[in-house]
Design a protein around this ligand. Structure first.
Ligand code: 13P
Ligand code: SF4
Length: 309
């Protein structure tokens, strides 16, 4: 079967079983082409909350499917490749966070959305890369414990002056692999290019960038900028999507090290498999969560959506 035939089959089956396909911007071109919505983690949460369909196929990693399930307990959420996890989301155990909370009882705990549902249950507010600064600025608490990404935390800390923000050592191993040297080399090769980077990158890379934002923020900036050349400092798939969307501009990667093996796991065949599971009522790919866990993990996501306004 050709890619086009497989895509057509997916679209047909998706409509027949009343499903919506949500894809993170790091998914492959073939998946983005069949997705109903493609965007960053914040947009995925909002689309999941507002989804009209009975079934949500989440092409991304596990914490994104969990977030969609938490926001839609009555709907069925499927992660097409059950092996797709996010190493950052699992960096801390609930016990480690419980101990930190005991040591820092007057700090509100803010969790990056890249955390497991178990960790979300222990947190006060959740944030995404596009909403972290705005949400933390608007929180009532002055003392914050930010988990788990120290690079995103550093980015927030430098931009939010009215809070005392404590960070712990954690982060995305994929983004953290890019160095200032990589950025200098890329700039030397393309002196007219603007460097657009994700805040999960090393603080030295973030400080040297021309723009810092979420995956959707980077895409919007590049599309609206009068500049014609860009160095993309996030998962390398974003460069590919931008080159496709803006053929008149030129996009280069900051470093081939920013390639997330987990985001690359999901294939069109996996999406078709998940849709067949929806049709047959099989639960192989389904994200299942206990009702009490959903309620407990939901509070910090609702708080994120409330504070974001
Ligand atoms: P955003 O979707 O918030 O840009 O985050 C990127 C990421 O690494 C998701 O895993
Ligand atoms: Fe997790 Fe980093 Fe991959 Fe995003 S890019 S899913 S944060 S490992």
């Amino acid at each position: 079967m050709t890619i086009k035939e497989l895509q057509n089959k997916i679209t047909e089956l998706k409509n027949a079983v009343n499903a919506v396909i949500l894809a993170h911007s790091y998914q492959s071109r073939e998946i983005v082409e069949i997705a109903d919505y493609t965007g960053d983690s914040f947009q995925l949460s909002v689309w999941a909350r507002d989804a009209g369909a009975d079934n949500i196929i989440l092409c991304g990693v596990r914490f994104m499917a969990e977030t969609a399930k938490i926001l839609n307990p009555e709907k069925r959420v499927y992660l097409p490749n059950p092996l797709a996890g996010c190493p950052m989301a699992e960096q801390f155990s609930p016990d480690e966070i419980r101990q930190l909370k005991k040591r820092e009882p007057d700090r509100a705990v803010v969790a990056y959305i890249n955390t497991t549902a178990e960790l979300k249950k222990l947190c006060d507010v959740c944030v995404t890369s596009s909403s972290a600064v705005r949400i933390i600025e608007r929180m009532e608490a002055e003392k914050i414990l930010f988990i788990p990404d120290a690079n995103l935390g550093d980015y927030v800390k430098k931009r939010v002056s009215n809070k005392d923000i404590m960070l712990i050592r954690g982060g995305c191993p994929v983004h953290a692999a890019a160095t200032l040297e990589d950025l200098r080399e890329a700039k030397a090769l393309r002196p007219d290019a603007l460097a657009l980077v994700h805040p999960e990158c090393d603080p030295a890379v973030v400080e040297a960038a021309d723009y810092v934002g979420s995956t959707s923020g980077i895409a919007e900036f590049a599309k609206n900028s009068p500049n014609r050349e860009f160095i993309i400092g996030t998962e390398i798939s974003v460069r590919e999507h931008l080159q496709y969307d803006c053929p008149e501009k030129s996009f280069y990667i900051l470093s081939k090290k920013i390639s997330c093996p987990n985001m690359r796991l999901t294939t069109l065949a996996d999406v078709l498999g998940a849709l067949n599971a929806v049709k047959d009522g099989g639960g192989g790919f389904e994200t299942k969560m206990d009702k009490h866990d959903i309620l407990a993990a939901r509070k910090c996501i609702d708080e994120m959506l409330r504070l974001n306004g």
